[in-house]
Design a protein around this ligand. Structure first.
Ligand SMILES: Cc1cc2nc3c(=O)[nH]c(=O)nc-3n(C[C@H](O)[C@H](O)[C@H](O)COP(=O)(O)O)c2cc1C
Length: 219
């Protein structure tokens, strides 16, 4: 007897979206239909959040000059990151780490102001607001993949400078730039893996039993 009300095809579709989602940095310039964008944002808005605080706000960037200024911020941070990386700096500069100029839609994901009022689930772990925004972004990412759209998460920027550019009130904080749009094709594997920057850990390297560092005894 089945213990789920998802069909086998529906289950497979969920896993397919998870495994075939990619962080995309190459886009076709085609616009994203407004109804589709709205569906994706609704998926984001149905994410879980600590104390149901829903701390996410999304700013859709439609002003071309503003997009250009945002690209400038990211480019400055990309250079600062390369300097901070030391001996891997040159290798880093060869990576494509954003598609801000090309993507059909650019969104900023922002932590709303006034979050200190929310104590439930955040008294000892205040960063759970950020975790909640990350859940919303992941929903958007997976829904986009299922709809045939790519998304790239860009975190290379100074949040204070971006907050100023986007007129975010004090206490609010931009945490991601999301490049969204149609793509020629999805990368078969993470781009950073394809370019030799990093590899995926084996699942078993990330699983402990009972205590940190203790691996399950094989049966
Ligand atoms: C919090 C977060 C921030 C990220 N920031 C960037 C970024 O600034 N630039 C970039 O190229 N990729 C960024 N990524 C994408 C990761 O590089 C990517 O998820 C990882 O390489 C695995 O690839 P995959 O998403 O295709 O599976 C970010 C991802 C996360 C979750």
């Amino acid at each position: 007897m089945s213990r789920t009300d998802f069909s086998a095809e529906e289950i497979a579709a969920v896993y397919r979206a998870i495994f075939e989602r990619r962080d995309m940095r190459h886009f076709r310039p085609d616009p994203v239909e407004p109804a589709l964008l709205r569906r994706l944002l609704a998926a984001a808005h149905h994410a879980p959040s600590v104390g149901f605080m829903q701390p996410w706000r999304f700013i859709r960037i439609t002003d071309a000059d503003l997009r250009l200024s945002i690209h400038g911020l990211v480019e400055s941070e990309r250079r600062r990151t390369a300097e901070a990386l030391g001996e891997r700096g040159d290798e880093f500069m060869k990576l494509k780490v954003e598609g801000i100029s090309e993507c059909g839609e650019l969104l900023a994901a922002v932590l709303a102001d006034g979050r200190d009022k929310q104590v439930f689930g955040r008294r000892t772990l205040p960063e759970m607001d950020l975790a909640s925004v990350a859940c919303a972004i992941q929903n958007l990412w997976l829904a986009a993949r299922a709809e045939g759209l790519g998304m790239g998460w860009v975190s290379l920027f100074d949040p204070a400078e971006l907050a100023q550019l986007l007129r975010i009130p004090a206490g609010g904080k931009p945490v991601a730039l999301l490049c969204l749009g149609y793509v020629e094709e999805f990368y078969p594997r993470p781009m950073l893996e394809m370019q030799g920057w990093e590899r995926r850990l084996a699942l078993d390297e990330t699983l402990f039993e009972n205590r940190w560092g203790e691996f399950p005894v094989a049966n």
